[in-house]
Every structure is written in structure tokens, then in C-alpha cells.
Design a protein around this ligand. Structure first.
Ligand SMILES: Cc1cc2nc3c(=O)[nH]c(=O)nc-3n(C[C@H](O)[C@H](O)[C@H](O)COP(=O)(O)OP(=O)(O)OC[C@H]3O[C@@H](n4cnc5c(N)ncnc54)[C@H](O)[C@@H]3O)c2cc1C
Length: 476
């Protein structure tokens, strides 16, 4: 633990800004210091929970004056430890959890204005109540917040249709490191008045400012949703279906997720109530949603028939009810949990050009077998975006803890092998989870040096005292 509480004058000033309900002694705030996969344990001098943008502004200005770092915290579901400082810096955690108001919804503008601490599922529900939909969809949507989604430019399962978080955001309100409030929210679809600071803040992982609110785009509620799980002989066949489907129904293809045989086995072993939807054993699976006008499901069936006759799709289960649709989606969305229960030792967040997906999967499996042929590998993910999560497990029957004890450098070896394969396929080491504190070294090694130098120059200009999420993205 870092030095317990900060000195009394600092604490008194924090208390005078946020009141006694607005801060927590870190010894009573354990939940803020562990990550979703239980890989890291962090600490802080204080957890501060402001309830308004003005309070955030005052807290940030005080920290800037006193040289205290701030680690912004949304729902704590981030995959790269951006929200956890485990390097004993002099920092406070700044949680946006009390700033969770839906400020307004406009059907005329198709927008929703929300505070950054709004949990994603609540934003979607508020949109639904106004007969609109908000397109961001993640398995963590019951916990993650809009501030975290924007700061990490989250992706998820509907990027094909709605884009990443940045594509769904029209404006942000941000507290800058000196406490100034950048008011850049609003319903404008066009605004070419100089640099677009919204896009600088989105994806900056809390290293440039604290997002306190955002204006988000809403969309019409689709009239019909059809869901099918298909079986394929290879990932390439899955992509052939995706191509054909997009030719036929265009942007109505909302989600296209890939699962492996091993992934299906893990899902049904750890969650037996789910069940394999197919009688025969298949190698690869694709879970597809198409959404749009009435009749879109019939169009999907037409494409599937063609794909059956050409041998690209070998089997398919079309959801006949909302319940069956949810069961199919559970097979995919519980991946985080069944991988964890199986003892995953490494998980990547890789993206490659879509045309490289099949090569990448074959090459990475080969590279990992070169490290240890008994390792088990589950490649799955948002294949329609070229985003593959490579999850690696100890040999069958070997416990995770024992395997890591005997192979202390294995995670590093896996990281290097996967990243090198990614680079050879023209890919990115971080598709949607960000750099955080986990991928700083990989960014240094695989990132474009000119881009990194420019990022550092921007960071130094906006946050010269390095108080905003110190240690995230850059080691120092
Ligand atoms: C089961 C599961 C499934 C997931 N699936 C996906 C997926 O499909 N796609 C995907 O992209 N991610 C996925 N994730 C990762 C995670 O949910 C997302 O990255 C999410 O956007 C993080 O939101 P959060 O509110 O939990 O942010 P946190 O984890 O709290 O923080 C994430 C980063 O944002 C910063 N931050 C948080 N709030 C603010 C703010 N208001 N201002 C400035 N910086 C801030 C933090 O400092 C940190 O760097 C998944 C996670 C889990 C556990």
C-alpha cells in the first residue's frame, strides 16, 4: 500500500470540495484496486468520488497544485490496467460513479447527453425508453461506464454496424489538468472549427483529462433482429459468409463473432446449462446478428442457403425466440468467465486486416506450439473487425498456478510471440482495450516511433506536470 492517507491539509481541502461522502479511505476501498481478471492489485492514497463537474475541476486543480496524480476510474472493467496503479505512485483514484445522471435525451437530434459515470446498460435503457437505440454493446455493459468506454474507445460486438465508441460520440465535456472545463458537448453533426479535441480525448485513457459528460448518437430501433449461429470448416469460411452477407444486406450485419471448437467446449463445460447447439462436432462457429427492416431475417436465410450449397456453412441454428437468441449469445459473451475458470494464462487483444485473419490464427497457433506444443489456445472474437483475442491455457490437467511457477517467463514469451505474429500480419497489439499499464513495453517496441513522439509532445503540452493517469500509456 502507498503511504496511507495523504497529509492532513490535502485531505481537508478534498473534504471541503467533495464533502465526507465524496472520499473513501483506501483501506476500505478494496474493490477499486483489483482488475476484472484479478491479475493486478493497485493502491492509492485516497479514493475521491466527486458528484459534479465543478467538484472534479476543483479536485483536479488541487492535485495539479500539490503534484498528486489522478487515476480516473469508471466501472473498473478495463482490460489493460489503465484504471489501476500498481507502481506505488503518489496518486488518488478519481471515481466518476456519483456522476451518473442522464442529462437529456433528444428524439429530434437523435442524441443523449449523459454524465461520464453512467453505466452503459442504463444509457441503452434510457435510449430505449425514447424509442431509440444506443449501439455500443459489450459483455461488461452492466458495469462499464460511458467515461471508461470513451477513454478506452471501446469496441465490442456491434462495431460492424455502429463503429467504435468514438464513432458514436458527438461531443465531450472534459476537465483538463489545470482544472479548466472544456465544454465540447452538443448535438452538432458538423463542426469544423479547428482541431477536433473530442477525438483527442477519446482513446486517451485518462492521460489528458477527465471526461465528465458526453453527447452520444442515438439510432432508430431495428424493426427485426435475426440471430444465427453457423458452423464453418475454417475462419476463412466465416469471412466468406460475412462478405456475402454484407453484399446482400449491407450494414444490417450488426455483429459477427467467431468461436473455436475449444471455445465451445469451454463454454459448455463451465456452463453446462448452455449446451452445444449442434448435434455434430464442428471446428469453427460464427454468431451473427442482422438487424433492420421487416424481412431482414428472410434475406439472411436466403444467403445461408447459398452458403450451404457451396459448403461454406456446414450447419446453422437460427434463433426462434428471444430466449434462444440469448442462449446463443451467452456461449460467446461468457468467454471472459469460462476462460478465467479454465485458468487462462495469457490473453491478447489483437487486430489484423480482415483479409489476414485466417493467416494470423494459423501463424499464431504455430508460434505458440513452438513455445510448448501442449499449450491450449482459444482464438475467438470480433472477426468482422479483424479483432481476435488469443487466449492461452496450460496443458490439459495442469493447474494454472503450478504451470506459472514452473514456467516463470512463459507469459512474457507468449506476449512476444503473439505480438511478433501480429506485426508480421500488419496488425495492432491493442484493438480495443487500450495500452494502459500492461502494454506500454509492447507499444514502445511495436508502435510507430513518430506517432509515439507526437503523443508525448501532446501529453507534455496538455499535462506538463504528468498528473493525469501517470504510468498509463507511457511508463514515465
Ligand atoms: C466481460 C468483459 C467483456 C468485455 N468486452 C469488451 C469488448 O467487447 N470490447 C471492449 O472494447 N472492451 C471490452 N471489455 C473491457 C472494458 O469493459 C472496456 O474497456 C470498457 O470500456 C471500460 O469501461 P470502464 O468504465 O470499466 O472503465 P475503467 O476500467 O474504469 O477504465 C478504463 C480506462 O479509462 C480511464 N477512465 C475511466 N473513466 C474515465 C473518465 N471519466 N475520464 C477519463 N478517463 C477515464 C481509466 O483511467 C482507464 O484508463 C470487456 C471487459 C469485461 C470484463
Amino acid at each position: 500500500m502507498a503511504d496511507a492517507l495523504p497529509d492532513t491539509p490535502f485531505l481537508e481541502r478534498i473534504n471541503s470540495i467533495v464533502g465526507s461522502a465524496g472520499w473513501i479511505d483506501p483501506t476500505r476501498a478494496d474493490g477499486y484496486f483489483v482488475d476484472a481478471r484479478n491479475r493486478f492489485r493497485g493502491d492509492a492514497q485516497l479514493v475521491v468520488r466527486p458528484s459534479s463537474t465543478n467538484q472534479v475541476s476543483q479536485v483536479v486543480a488541487l492535485c495539479n497544485q500539490c503534484g498528486v496524480g489522478l487515476v480516473p476510474y469508471g466501472g473498473g472493467t478495463g482490460g489493460s490496467a489503465g484504471h489501476i496503479d500498481f507502481e506505488r505512485r503518489k496518486i488518488i483514484v478519481l471515481s466518476l460513479e456519483r456522476m451518473n445522471a442522464i442529462r437529456s435525451v433528444s428524439q429530434d437530434n437523435d442524441t443523449i447527453d449523459v454524465e461520464a459515470g453512467c453505466v452503459l446498460v442504463n444509457v441503452k435503457e434510457a435510449a430505449r425508453q425514447h424509442n431509440r437505440c444506443f449501439g455500443l454493446s459489450l459483455a461488461s455493459e452492466g458495469s462499464c461506464t460511458i467515461g471508461g468506454n470513451l477513454s478506452s474507445n471501446a469496441g465490442g460486438i456491434q462495431v460492424l454496424r455502429y463503429g467504435n465508441a468514438r464513432d458514436m460520440c458527438l461531443g465531450v465535456e472534459v476537465v483538463l489538468p489545470d482544472g479548466a472545463i472544456l465544454k465540447n458537448t452538443g448535438a452538432l453533426r458538423k463542426d469544423n472549427t479547428g482541431y477536433d479535441l473530442r477525438h483527442l480525448m477519446i482513446g486517451s485513457e485518462g492521460t489528458l483529462g477527465i471526461i465528465t459528460a458526453a453527447t452520444l448518437k442515438l439510432f432508430p430501433v431495428p424493426k427485426e433482429i435475426a440471430t444465427v449461429m453457423c458452423a464453418f470448416p475454417s475462419p476463412g469460411a466465416a469471412l466468406a459468409l460475412l462478405g456475402d452477407l454484407r453484399n446482400e444486406v449491407g450494414e444490417a450485419v450488426t455483429a459477427f463473432e467467431l468461436m473455436s471448437r475449444f471455445g465451445m467446449d469451454l463454454a459448455t463445460r463451465h456452463f453446462p446449462e448452455l449446451g452445444d447447439p449442434f448435434e455434430q462436432s464442428h471446428s469453427w462457429f460464427g454468431l451473427v446478428d442482422v438487424e433492420g427492416h421487416i424481412g431482414i431475417g428472410a434475406q439472411l436465410e436466403g444467403v445461408l442457403e447459398r452458403m450451404f450449397s457451396s459448403g461454406i456453412v456446414t450447419d446453422a441454428v437460427l434463433a426462434q425466440s428471444g430466449k434462444q437468441r440469448q442462449s446463443l449469445w451467452n456461449l460467446r459473451e461468457l468467454a471472459y468467465e469460462y476462460n478465467r475458470q479454465e485458468g487462462v494464462i495469457f490473453s491478447s487483444d489483437t487486430s489484423v486486416p480482415i483479409a489476414e485473419v485466417e493467416n494470423f490464427i494459423a501463424a499464431v497457433e504455430c508460434a505458440l506450439a513452438g513455445i510448448n506444443p501442449l499449450l491450449r489456445v482459444n482464438c475467438y472474437g470480433h472477426v468482422g473487425d479483424g479483432n481476435i483475442h488469443v487466449n492461452v491455457f496450460p496443458p490439459k490437467g495442469v493447474a494454472r498456478s503450478r504451470f506459472l511457477l514452473v514456467n516463470p517467463t512463459i507469459q512474457n514469451e507468449l506476449d512476444i510471440a503473439i505480438n511478433e505474429t501480429t506485426a508480421s500480419c500488419g496488425g495492432s497489439i491493442s484493438a480495443e482495450h487500450g495500452i494502459g499499464r500492461v502494454k506500454r513495453d509492447a507499444l514502445l517496441k511495436f508502435g510507430d516511433p513518430v506517432k509515439q513522439a507526437t503523443m508525448r509532445a501532446i501529453k507534455a503540452a496538455i499535462d506538463p506536470n504528468n498528473i493525469m493517469n501517470p504510468g498509463a500509456v507511457f511508463a514515465n
